[in-house]
Structure formats: structure tokens, C-alpha cells
Design a binder for this molecule. Structure first.
Ligand code: HEC
Length: 179
């Protein structure tokens, strides 16, 4: 049975059916998106990761937790993260108060959108958040997430071939990996 037929059946008149059908649509859209992100969004997400948001200072250029700046906190290895898309977006938006992961949403802790907490709550609980290099628009957070799912998450350990693929050509940094 194809998807449309399934949906027609689910639609069968009742509200629960309609809800199930819309959930089906939503998850189908989600799966499509996860499979085929726009290559331009991926490229822009990689640029934001490396420069504007400077994620690499803590997470490393390969996002494997080998940080670029020894003065910075140890970022998680994002290649082996178990988070799904929503979890990744949430981590970037809201950061991890008290755990050295900055929040990149400008309003993360001003209107309660993150865990229903504000700056006042963070202070009361003595939860520190490092300043991000820059805050990001929701669209930019989506692009960084597209980049992570396309080139980082579940891609295994970085090696020579993956390094060349990652950068689009054989870069100086790739020479650390044996051919
Ligand atoms: C100041 C250092 C720092 C910067 C900059 C930083 N992170 Fe993090 N990040 C961390 C640390 C430390 C953790 C682990 C937090 C914890 O223990 O829960 C983390 C956790 C995460 C997680 C959750 C991983 C998991 O599996 O739970 C994601 C996703 C993430 N960072 C993405 C990013 C992205 C994308 C950027 C840039 C937009 C970024 N980080 C910038 C330090 C940083």
C-alpha cells in the first residue's frame, strides 16, 4: 500500500485519524529532509560551524572533540552523538547550562523558551553559560544541523579519505592521517 492510501485510510473521518495522518506527513517530511539536505545549506552550515559560531574551538574541525583551542572547554564528540535532529537543534539553541556548551539562540534565557528558564533562574542555580562567539538565527541553526547530519554524525572516525571529502580537496590538515 502506498503512502497516500495509508493516509486516506487514516483520514477515515475521525479526528484521531486526521492527527495520525498529519503526524505521518510530518515524519515523512522530516525523513526526506534528513536524507537530502540542500548542499548549499550544508556548505553554509559548515562555514558557520568553523567561523561565525566557532564551534570548532571546543569540538574540533572534525567535530570529534579534538578541540582547536587548548584554552577552551572539551566539547563533545559530535561524530558519535546519539541525539536526533531535535536534540541537536535544542543543544545548539539552549546550550548546556553549567556544562560549558554555550546557547546560540539570542533569546535562549530571556523569554523562557529554553527549559522554561531565564537568566534569573540560571543565576539562582549558579549555572554558568559561556558566551557564544556569535548568536545564530533559527535558520542558521538549521543549516549547522544540516551540516552535522550530512558530514559529521554517524560518519565514523575521521581518516584520510573522509578528510579529503570533508574539505572538498586534499588539505594540509589531512596529512595527519596515513594514506
Ligand atoms: C565553549 C566551548 C563550546 C563551543 C564554542 C560549542 N560547544 Fe557544543 N558542547 C560543548 C561541551 C563542553 C559540550 C558537552 C556538554 C555536556 O556535557 O552536556 C557540548 C555539547 C554539544 C552538543 C550535545 C552533544 C551530545 O551528544 O549531547 C552539541 C550538539 C553541540 N555541542 C554542538 C555545538 C555546535 C553546533 C556548536 C557551534 C554552533 C557548539 N557546540 C559550540 C562545548 C562547546
Amino acid at each position: 500500500m502506498n503512502r497516500l492510501n495509508v493516509e486516506r485510510r487514516l483520514l477515515g473521518g475521525c479526528a484521531a485519524g486526521a492527527l495520525a495522518a498529519s503526524l505521518l506527513w510530518a515524519s515523512a517530511g522530516h525523513a526526506l529532509r534528513a536524507q537530502a539536505p540542500d548542499p548549499q545549506d550544508v556548505a553554509e552550515g559548515m562555514r558557520i560551524y568553523r567561523t561565525k559560531a566557532d564551534c570548532q574551538s571546543c569540538h574540533g574541525w572534525a567535530a570529534d572533540g579534538r578541540k582547536m583551542d587548548t584554552q577552551m572547554p572539551d566539547g563533545a564528540n559530535l561524530r558519535t552523538t546519539r541525539l536526533g535532529r531535535a536534540g541537536i537543534v535544542m543543544a545548539i539553541k539552549c546550550g548546556r547550562p553549567g556544562r560549558s556548551m554555550p546557547a546560540f539562540d539570542k533569546f535562549a534565557y530571556s523569554d523562557g523558551r529554553c527549559n522554561n528558564m531565564t537568566q534569573v533562574d540560571l543565576k539562582a542555580k549558579n549555572l554558568q553559560l559561556p558566551e557564544p562567539a556569535a548568536t545564530l538565527q533559527p535558520r542558521e541553526i538549521e543549516m549547522v544541523t544540516d551540516f552535522l547530519f550530512a558530514k559529521v554524525i554517524g560518519q565514523g572516525t575521521m581518516d584520510r579519505a573522509k578528510c579529503v571529502e570533508y574539505w572538498g580537496s586534499d588539505q594540509e590538515v589531512c596529512s595527519e592521517f596515513p594514506k
